[in-house]
Ligand binder design. Sequence first.
Ligand SMILES: Cc1cc2nc3c(=O)[nH]c(=O)nc-3n(C[C@H](O)[C@H](O)[C@H](O)COP(=O)(O)OP(=O)(O)OC[C@H]3O[C@@H](n4cnc5c(N)ncnc54)[C@H](O)[C@@H]3O)c2cc1C
Length: 371
Amino acid sequence: MGDVVIAGAGMAGLVAAAQARALGAEPAIYEKGDRPGGSMALSSGVIWRHRRFADFRAECHGGQEPLQRLVHERLDADLDWLQELGAPLAAGPPGTGNPHTAGRRFDPPGLVSALCAATGPIRLGQPLTELPAAPLVLGTGGFAANRDLVRAHITAQAEHLLLRASPWSTGDGLRLGTRAGAERSAGMHEFYGRALPAPPARVAPAQFVALAQLYARHAEVTGPAGGRYRTRAWSEIDVVQWIARQPGARARYTVGPGQLGVRVGERTVAEMVAAAEAAGAAVERHPDGRVTVPVAAGITTTLGGLRAGPDGRVAPGVFAAGNDVGGIATGGYSSGLAAALVLGRIAGRSAVQAARRGEAPAPASASPGPR
Ligand SMILES: Cc1cc2nc3c(=O)[nH]c(=O)nc-3n(C[C@H](O)[C@H](O)[C@H](O)COP(=O)(O)OP(=O)(O)OC[C@H]3O[C@@H](n4cnc5c(N)ncnc54)[C@H](O)[C@@H]3O)c2cc1C
């Protein structure tokens, strides 16, 4: 047992562990998967914030303002800290490439290596399943991979959703935090994800980024029952949540010939359609030049979770960061990596302070007393 215990060696857990070690603690790091990095290792590596705090508030209006303010105000300094640890930026132009956001694009494998070098040993293949006797940081990545919880909180179509994330984030942090007395945040029904080519297309984890169909704003979006949806969010987070609630979590994106050359970020619509086709999607090319791509909702991260204070505390002796904390992006979309970085550092620091005070988690129903 270390001075502090970290559950999860993804973005939040690794950052918390690196911070704890920098403060002189010896973190015991438990990781359920067979490799470190969690979903962060599969991500695009863009760690960002809204350019103006007012835009963050306006878009994610259901979130807890103090947490949002922390992420917004601390991110730039925390990005410098990451680079000082040796995390490399990705090749290509600086910045996020998105006019709505400010931040940096990191190379995910390099980010994992730099963080692992700063944390010390990781107990791979060892999930944390019980509350430990030392201060705990929960960084288990939310509950996107738990079909029952997704059905209970998000959509009756849970079994049809594609999982666009690591398979290990099954709500362990939510369960352990709740056992210690933590409360749930707002927005348990919300998630971030992307429309992906529907089966028979095959979507391997290495293609989660490349196969995202990110052109709903240029398409006619129809559900299996004939309903239509017009996306309103620049991030298209709204349309994927709509698709998730359609029969089979499916929809169809139809674009006219004039839209195929339109660029969304680094790719054209035609390139995204071609990627879907190459993956095996049943793309229809109509005689008039229109193209229809059958898509399915892919869930990446849950946005609801534990309710944390500004020190990352969710219960006595228990702190949380990353997707285990809800109430940051509620109502819209903000960077999960940014929240994991900022709250991860805060939670790591708070856990070390708790260890120095001799604080430890306890099941909420246990009678208070010396431990
Ligand atoms: C394809 C893709 C693209 C993305 N692109 C971006 C992007 O560009 N920008 C951005 O901001 N976000 C992006 N994200 C989201 C981002 O990766 C997540 O928001 C971020 O990784 C959350 O950090 P986390 O630590 O909460 O979860 P993770 O990084 O997933 O780490 C959680 C870890 O906890 C482990 N775990 C689970 N249960 C236990 C347990 N009981 N005990 C021990 N370990 C446990 C898991 O195995 C995992 O390693 C993307 C995600 C994906 C999949």
